[in-house]
Design a protein around this ligand. Structure first.
Ligand code: FAD
Length: 395
């Protein structure tokens, strides 16, 4: 029987990063099994925004560690050809008076505590950075210059390639159908009608984590949500690549926007999405009503977009946990079994740091934050990771 030190189930950006970091930390026999192709899961649908703007301190620390990797990607991977498609355009976030600006102020203070460069800026300065937007009514505007967005395909494939270079094996078209166990210990996985042996197994299945719940009988809290994303274009006000990512806490939909290449704006809402019973990754129609609803909000902030056309729209799935933060670490009662799921629509930015954190924990090493913070048991213990913004992708 084939045997590995570690098997990673799921080849999204998180699984690829974990496989790479296990190999980087010295494991010689690592196997990643992906049912489809590397990066074709929810990672392919990501808006890929990178920021450290959180109020949960552990999230700030992870996002900061990950940003350092994105900002120095070829050197980190020891691969001069590695490219994560980073656009260092910065991040702007505007809030109306009240709870939202209080939370924003607190987030900026928390980021400063980590030595992250952030500033509170006035409307003219915000307009200089993002001249296509209006900022007259905002109580507080935060600016994080060292932020931006990257490319999901480039990042995931770079981690996979680097993992391979370090000796890891990556199999595509390889569906895991169950776990092999001996008593209360995991001994491998079932794949293609065969058993593959491993000392440790880590499941990184995102919206498909219900399979792991069935294999183990453990309750893994998970809601699957469908979210819509649109790209809009107007010649009058191109959202060019150097313009910052923008989060609009004043809009009813808590919109986020970024450049989508050429002159287009990518825009999506920061509200809970449509709950699904099953992980249906087929593209769904984005109804015209939704386009109009979002378009009106965009036009309020970006007046020239009142005339914008819809260039494209698509949908993507979030694997949402009760506090909108991931579950990382060992699963109780089954020795050698680990999980990393529940990134709740904001996991791309963490990928390099979570990959390292989880790999370190699997090897018994400490990481940048205590991994216990993200344990499954936090839900039962009532230790939810909810920040000043409440539950959501900015928490
Ligand atoms: C519309 C949208 C916008 C987003 N925007 C951002 C953003 O701006 N910034 C940000 O930080 N994050 C964002 N995210 C979130 C981020 O993209 C995800 O958190 C991240 O990509 C999740 O990676 P993953 O590896 O957990 O999951 P996935 O990429 O879904 O990978 C899971 C993989 O597991 C495989 N798999 C499952 N079960 C099995 C099995 N039994 N056997 C073998 N393989 C299996 C699947 O095929 C899949 O490839 C966004 C997400 C969406 C949907």
């Amino acid at each position: 029987m084939e045997r590995y030190e570690s098997i990673v189930v799921g080849g999204g950006v998180i699984g690829a990063s974990i496989a790479y970091h296990l190999a980087r930390l010295g494991q010689r026999r690592v196997l990643l099994l992906e049912r489809g192709m590397i990066g074709q899961g929810t990672t392919a649908q990501s808006s890929c925004i990178l920021r450290t703007h959180y109020t949960v301190a552990e999230n700030v620390a992870l996002a900061q560690a990950a940003w350092r990797v994105f900002a120095d990607f070829p050197r980190y991977l020891d691969d001069p050809e590695a490219d994560c498609g980073l656009t260092r355009c910065g991040y702007l976030i505007a809030a109306p008076a009240g709870e939202k600006s209080d939370a924003l102020r607190m987030a900026l203070d928390g980021q400063r505590h980590f030595g992250i460069c952030v500033e509170e800026i006035d409307a003219p300065r915000a307009r200089a950075l993002l001249p296509i937007a209006e900022f007259g009514d905002d109580e507080l505007i935060g600016h994080e210059p060292e932020a931006g967005f990257a490319d999901a395909y480039l990042v995931t494939s770079a981690f996979a390639r680097s993992a391979r270079r370090l000796g890891a094996k990556i199999r595509e078209g390889a569906e895991v159908t169950g776990l092999a166990r001996s008593g209360d210990r995991v001994t491998g996985v079932l794949c293609g009608g065969e058993q593959i042996g491993a000392d440790q197994v880590i499941c990184v299945q995102n919206v498909w984590s219900g399979e792991l719940a069935r294999w183990t009988g453990l309750a893994l809290p998970l809601t699957i949500e469908r979210h819509s994303v649109m790209s809009l274009e107007t010649r009058a006000a191109p959202y060019s690549r150097g313009m910052p990512v923008f989060k609009d806490l004043a809009s009813p939909g808590l919109l986020y926007c970024r450049s989508y290449g050429g002159a287009q704006m990518l825009v999506s809402e920061g509200l809970p999405g449509e709950a699904l019973d099953a992980p249906d990754t087929e593209q769904a129609d984005v109804p015209l009503d939704k386009v109009l609803e979002v378009g009106e909000q965009v036009a309020r902030r970006f007046p020239a977009y009142a005339e914008a056309g819809l260039a494209s729209s698509w949908t993507g799935l979030y694997d949402v946990t009760p506090d909108w933060n991931p579950v990382l670490g060992p699963l109780p009662g089954i020795e050698g079994l680990w999980v990393a799921y529940g990134f709740s629509g904001h996991g791309f930015k963490f990928a390099p740091a979570v990959g390292l954190l989880v790999a370190q924990a699997m090897l018994g090493q400490p990481g940048v934050v205590p991994i216990e913070t993200y344990s499954l048991s936090r839900f039962a213990r009532g230790r939810l990771l909810v920040g000043r913004y409440g539950s959501g992708a900015v928490s």
